[in-house]
Ligand binder design. Structure first.
Ligand code: SIN
Ligand code: FE
Length: 303
């Protein structure tokens, strides 16, 4: 899998249509690395974030910011501190979305903005339940937010002043699915789910279709846990990625298996890309699974 060092590319900045080359690399499982942050994070904001100490509790994995509701969850501290954190996360979220929309206007026209997060806890040696562990390789799927085959794009920034954030990857979905999706029985289970119950048909009839997980979502959630629990996969061949202090990177985490082994203090924004906006729709996990299954796994369009 490729690490694309965006700052090292020559020629004009790939805004707009020329950004399709980067979009294609991303959609085929590349990680786009920006060694220099593509937008500034004010020093005083970064210093404040670095002074945050979150108890290593299990209640909240991270501090989350929900742009649509302009709300922060999972933050501890005085009211003034929580308000300041809120302002900083709002600014980071907006700056990220602005940057992504300028570089990838084709995505921005139909994307759905998901949560942002602040990750203040050292990842090495973190104690979390097995399927919540960040240090076991997996592809992402969100239990509460089915994507129906749309893509999970995450934009990260390592704000640690001196230490890299260390990732490993056990490869991309196009290689993992043929190896595991069928033999594990997971794809057959997901197809079984595709026959909707009477209750699901009723919910669809009243327009609640988008809230119901599709067969694709059922598969991806189970595949997330399957990979974390699979000792052979975890022990297998992996590639390491070291994200330097101050760098940003973007990756489709439903495609690129990943685990974070160490690092502290990262910011992140998630957006859900619609299938219709992809430049390489045939590379999407849903397309790969539908080829294996020989049948659709989600309704074709978003709304
Ligand atoms: C994850 O998405 O699994 C965690 C990645 C990170 O926090 O670096
Ligand atoms: Fe993940």
């Amino acid at each position: 899998m490729a690490l694309v060092d965006v700052d090292a590319l020559t020629g004009p900045p790939p805004d707009g249509a020329a950004g399709d080359t980067l979009a294609r690399a991303l959609e085929q499982g590349g990680i786009l690395l920006f060694r220099r942050p593509p937008f500034p994070i004010p020093d005083e904001d970064r210093d404040f974030l670095l002074s945050r100490r979150q108890g290593g509790g299990r209640l909240h994995k991270n501090i989350a910011y929900r742009p649509a509701r302009d709300r922060v969850t999972g933050a501890a501290g005085s009211r003034a501190d929580v308000e300041r954190l809120h302002r900083i996360l709002r600014t980071y979220s907006r700056a990220t979305l602005e940057f992504l929309a300028r570089r990838f206007p084709g995505y921005a026209r139909s994307w759905h903005v998901d949560y942002a997060s602040f990750r203040p806890i050292e990842e090495e040696g973190r104690s979390l339940p097995q399927t919540s562990r960040n240090d076991l390789m997996h592809v992402d799927a969100f239990p509460t937010r089915p994507t129906h085959g749309n893509r999970i794009l995450r934009f990260f920034t390592n704000i640690h002043p001196t230490r890299a954030r260390e990732w490993v990857s056990g490869g991309t979905f196009d290689r993992l699915a043929p190896r595991y999706a069928v033999d594990s029985g997971l794809l057959a289970d997901a197809l079984h789910h595709a026959r909707p119950s009477a209750a699901a048909r009723l919910l669809r009839a009243v327009g609640a279709r988008r809230e119901l997980p599709s067969a694709y979502d059922v598969f991806m959630l189970r595949f997330h846990d399957f990979l974390k629990n699979n000792a052979e996969f975890q022990a297998g061949e992996k590639e390491t990625f070291s994200f330097p202090p101050g760098s940003s990177w973007m990756v489709l985490t439903d495609m690129v298996s990943h685990a974070v082994l160490s690092g502290q203090f990262a910011l992140e924004q998630t957006v859900i890309l619609s299938r219709e906006s992809l430049v390489a729709p045939e590379s999407a996990p849903i397309a790969i699974l539908e080829r294996l299954a020989g049948t659709p796994l989600a309704a074709p369009s978003i709304s």
